[in-house]
Design a protein around this ligand. Structure first.
Ligand code: PLP
Length: 283
């Protein structure tokens, strides 16, 4: 696989970064994941907008222009022959030369990109059965709206789910569901889709924003408010969204079946609309 590090395209075995990089020592960095379908980038503009916001919040300069980001993404997709998969991009604050909590403004950031080939990303068999989740306490930090590489607790959440024999975990805080380990979450009652409003408590999902727009266009009601585990267990349907799962039906929460225990019509339809529309708009 060819990867990108600080302006160079290299075989993955030859790509290196400094042990003093603040990304490595302090999780001081941000990332984005863009899906590739038919060799093209899904909602690329959305991911670049959020990258800029994450960098601004951490007082980091954007090391590349929008055209440069697009060129690097396309070059890696082409060199690695990715038809279906993901491009991962990461910007960390770089190597200040020594370990120190305070950072200097003039350190050059470290830019790393690589691709992952994932055949069956769109035609995912899990979308036909739905996935099962457990709830776990949300003990992450208070700026979850910044897409940082600080992913230890989400990884622990995923491991708790694995140990419980299910697919993923939903975080809860003060009695309400915040989001999934790596996705935004929704419940459906009749014609109404309920999801938590944007705040610093959740990541502002790029997929969320597109799906809510398509849902409104398809005449569903969208209500942005927090919901509890009990309300989700009693809902007609539930689903999650992320750049790589798209729209994924959730059919069980903490051992209780949601609705019929099978993917429902609304989540199934939203997945189809999302994939159709986003493939058309892909770059
Ligand atoms: N919430 C969290 C915590 C995430 O890590 C992610 C994606 O990685 C999402 C939500 C979904 O965001 P997006 O739709 O932009 O992939």
């Amino acid at each position: 696989r060819t990867v990108y590090v600080n302006g160079q395209y290299l075989p993955e075995t030859e790509a290196t970064v400094s042990i003093f990089d603040r990304g490595f020592l302090m999780a001081d960095g941000v990332y984005e994941v863009t899906s590739v379908l038919d060799g093209k980038l899904i909602d690329f503009a959305g991911h670049l907008r959020r990258l800029q916001r994450s960098l601004d919040e951490l007082e980091m300069k954007n090391p590349l222009s929008e055209d440069e980001w697009l060129a690097v993404h396309r070059e890696l997709v082409a060199r690695n022959g990715v038809e279906e998969g993901m491009v991962y991009l990461q910007v960390t604050r770089g190597n200040p030369g020594d370990r120190d909590f305070a950072w200097a403004a003039d350190v050059a950031p470290t830019v790393v990109l690589f691709t992952q080939t994932k055949p069956g990303l769109a035609d995912n068999p899990q979308a036909r059965t739905g996935i099962r989740v457990i709830s776990v306490p949300d003990i992450r930090w208070g700026r979850r709206d910044i897409k940082t590489v600080q992913l230890l607790y989400p990884s622990m959440g995923k491991m708790m789910a694995k140990k419980a024999g299910v697919d993923d975990a939903w975080f809860t805080e003060d009695g309400f569901v915040t989001e999934g380990t790596s996705n935004n979450v929704y419940i459906i009652r009749g014609n109404r889709i309920v999801t938590r409003p944007l705040s610093s408590e959740i990541l502002h999902g790029i997929t969320r924003s597109a799906v809510l727009r398509f849902a409104a266009e398809a005449q569903y009601e969208v209500e942005e408010r927090a919901f509890t585990v009990e309300e989700a267990q009693g809902a007609d349907e539930a689903f999650l969204t992320s750049a790589s799962a798209f729209v994924m039906p959730v059919v069980e929460l903490d051992g209780a079946a949601i609705g019929t225990g099978k993917p429902g019509p609304v989540a199934t339809r939203l997945r189809e609309i999302y994939l159709d529309e986003m493939r058309k708009a892909a770059v």
